[in-house]
Design a protein around this ligand. Sequence first.
Ligand code: C5P
Length: 231
Amino acid sequence: MSDRVIVALDFPSAEPALVLADRLGPACTFYKVGLELYTAEGAAVVRALRRRGKHVFLDLKLHDIPNTVARATARAGELGVRFLTVHAAGGAAMLEAAAAASPGGLRLLAVTVLTSLDAPGLGAVFGRRVEDAGLEAERLARLVRGAGLGGVVCAAGEAGRIRAVMGPGAAIVTPGIRAPGEPRHDQRRVRTPAEAFRAGATHIVVGRPVTFAPDPAEAFARIAAGAPGAS
Ligand code: C5P
C-alpha cells in the first residue's frame, strides 16, 4: 500500500466518486477533490472521504487577497485536508498568510505556472517577453519557498528543477502520469510513474487511467506497484 499515488476524483457528483473509492478499498488511501467535484458537492464530499479514513488533496488553486486565502486555508484545515493548492502568482503576502493559517497536518502546495500556459501565453499575462516558462516556474518556486510553503504541483518534466529550488524536504506532486502505452487523453507530455518518482516527485496524481479503467482496482495496483514504499 502506498500513499504516494493520489487518485483524482474528476466526477460531476459525489456518487460515482465514492463508488470508485469504495471499489478501490483500502489499497488507495489518497484522493484529489478538484474544482468540478467541490463545486458540485462542497465540503460534504471531503467529509465523506475523511469518514472512510482517506487523505484528501483539495485542489482549489486559491488565488485571492491574503485574508480571504488565509481564512479558506483555515477552513480546509478544519476539514482535515492534507494537501491544498494555492497559486504562487497570488504573491508573497498571500502565500505567507496561507502558511500562517495552515494547521500542522495540512501542507500547502503552490501552483507556479499552469502547464496549459506556454511562454507566449505567459508573456501576454505578464506584459513582457517570456523566453522560457520553466524559468518562470523556478522563479515562482523561490517565492514559494521564501514564503515558507513546503510543496509544489508541477509537471514531472519540471520536478528536477523544482526540487533543486525547493530543497529535499518539499512535497513535489506531479500529474500527467501514464503507464507505457496508455492513452494520453488531453495530456501533452506524460511521464510514467517510475519516471516521475525518479525525477524527484514525492506523489503522483492519476485520474483517467484509473477512473476510466474497466477494472479500476487492477489499474491502481499496477500504478502503485512502482511507487516508493509500495508493499
Ligand atoms: O485524468 P488525468 O490523469 O489526466 O488527470 C490528472 C489530474 O491532474 C486532473 O485532475 C487534472 O486537472 C490535474 N492536473 C493536470 N495537469 C496540471 C495540473 C493538474 O492534469 N498541470
